[in-house]
Design a protein around this ligand. Structure first.
Ligand SMILES: Cc1ncc(COP(=O)(O)O)c(C=O)c1O
Length: 363
C-alpha cells in the first residue's frame, strides 16, 4: 500500500489533548455518566446565561443560513470603545491564535513562548514550520525580562496567556505594558486573555486601550469561559486594523456559526450573569484552597477558574479520582508531573472533589 506522505513537521506533532470526556470514563470504569463530574476543561459550572435558553428558538433559526457576525463585531467594539475594524471573530479564541500563527509564522521564523505556557502556542508554531523558543518559567509564570532578551531578528510572534493556563499565574498591567514598550513593533505580541472576566476588576488591565499605542498587539478573549459558551465556539481578537485585515485574509468564510454568534450577542449583554460567575468562581476558589489547606496540599496562585495542586504522586491520585467518577486534568504533558489542574465546579462538585481527595491524597 502507498505510504501517506505528511509534511515533515507534521510527523512529530502530537494532537491537542482535551480533558477526558465523561462518556469515555463511564465506559472505562462502568460508571453512570450522571454520577461523573468533570473538572478538567475550565468550563463554567453555572452553564450559560438563562437569557440564551429563553431565546433558544431564535438561536436555532440562525442555523439554516450562513452566519453574519457584523452586529456582534459592532457590539464588541462598542463595549471596548474601539472600532469594528479592530475586532475579528473566531471559532473559539483558538481560531484567532491559529490565524495569527498562519499569517505571521512560517519556515525560518521563530516564536517565543514560556515554559508551562498554554500548549496550543507551541503546537501552532510547530504547525507552520516555525521554531519554538521556550523561555524558562519564573515561579511557574512568565519571565518577561528573559523573554525580551530572547528576541532575535528571526522572532515574529510572542505568545503570552494572562492569566496563564495551566499554572493560573498573572502578570500585572504595568509589567505587560513595560514588556510591550521594549518589544520591536514588527513582532506580534499575542496577549491571550481567555480568563479575563475571572480577574478581580481591581487588577483587570485596560488592555483594549493599548491597541492604538502598540500596533503589534493582538488581544484574544473568549465566550467559552465566564460566558459559559464553550460548546458554541465563539472567541474574538482585537488589534490594530492592519493586523485584523491580514487575519481576515486567511480566515475561513463563515468561521463562526450563526447560533453561536446569536448566543454570544445575548451573553455579552447579560453583564449580571458574568459578574455572578465571577463571584461564584471566587467563592469556589476559596472553597478549594481552604480544602487543600486542610489536607496540607500546596497549590499555585490562582487567577483563573481553576486551581493547580501539587501531589506526592499526582498520577495515582488522578487514577483514584477517576475511579470515584471525578475527572481532573493531569499536567504530565506540560512537564508538571506532580500537579493536577482542577477546574472550579459548583459548590457541591467542589465538596465532592475535596471529600474524594481526603481518601486518596496520601497515595
Ligand atoms: C489560555 C487559553 N487560551 C485559549 C483557550 C481557547 O479557548 P477557546 O478556543 O474555547 O476560546 C483556552 C482554553 O482552555 C485557554 O486556556
Amino acid at each position: 500500500m502507498n505510504q501517506l506522505q505528511p509534511q515533515p513537521h507534521i510527523k512529530d506533532l502530537q494532537p491537542y489533548r482535551p480533558g477526558m470526556p465523561i462518556e469515555h470514563l463511564a465506559e472505562k470504569y462502568n460508571l453512570n455518566p450522571k454520577d461523573i463530574i468533570k473538572l478538567a476543561s475550565n468550563e463554567n459550572p453555572r452553564g450559560m446565561s438563562p437569557k440564551i435558553a429563553q431565546n433558544a428558538s431564535s438561536l436555532l433559526n440562525e442555523a439554516a443560513r450562513y452566519p453574519d457576525g457584523q452586529a456582534l463585531l459592532r457590539s464588541l467594539a462598542d463595549r471596548y470603545n474601539i472600532n469594528a475594524e479592530n475586532v475579528i471573530l473566531g471559532n473559539g479564541s483558538n481560531d484567532i491564535l491559529d490565524l495569527v500563527a498562519r499569517v505571521f509564522l512560517g519556515r525560518n521564523t521563530k516564536a517565543i513562548s514560556s515554559q508551562f505556557g498554554f500548549s496550543v502556542y507551541q503546537l501552532l508554531t510547530h504547525l507552520t514550520g516555525a521554531e519554538n523558543v521556550i523561555v524558562d518559567a519564573l515561579n511557574h509564570g512568565y519571565d518577561l525580562e528573559t523573554m525580551a532578551a530572547a528576541i532575535t531578528t528571526e522572532t515574529c510572534v510572542i505568545w503570552i496567556a494572562n492569566p496563564n493556563n495551566p499554572t493560573g499565574t498573572f502578570i500585572s498591567a504595568n509589567d505587560i505594558r513595560l514588556f510591550l514598550s521594549v518589544v520591536p513593533k514588527n513582532i506580534i505580541v499575542v496577549l491571550d486573555e481567555a480568563y479575563y472576566e475571572y480577574l478581580d476588576p481591581k487588577i483587570q488591565s485596560n488592555s483594549t486601550e493599548w491597541i492604538n499605542e502598540f500596533p503589534n498587539l493582538v488581544i484574544t478573549r473568549t465566550f467559552s469561559k465566564a460566558y459559559g459558551l464553550a460548546g458554541l465556539r465563539v472567541g474574538y481578537g482585537m488589534a490594530n486594523k492592519e493586523i485584523i485585515k491580514l487575519l481576515n485574509r486567511v480566515r475561513q468564510p463563515f468561521n463562526v456559526n450563526g447560533p453561536g454568534i446569536k448566543a454570544a450577542s445575548i451573553a455579552l449583554e447579560d453583564t449580571a450573569f458574568v459578574s455572578e460567575s465571577y463571584q461564584c468562581n471566587q467563592a469556589g476558589l476559596l472553597q478549594l484552597m481552604h480544602g487543600c489547606d486542610q489536607l496540607d496540599l500546596l497549590y499555585l496562585p490562582a487567577f483563573g477558574n481553576f486551581l493547580t495542586v501539587e501531589f506526592a504522586n499526582a498520577a495515582l491520585v488522578n487514577e483514584a479520582l477517576l475511579r470515584c467518577g471525578i475527572i481532573v486534568r493531569p499536567l504530565l504533558e506540560y512537564g508538571l508531573p506532580s500537579y493536577l489542574r482542577v477546574s472550579v465546579g459548583s459548590p457541591e462538585e467542589n465538596d465532592r472533589l475535596l471529600d474524594a481527595l481526603k481518601g486518596v491524597v496520601r497515595l
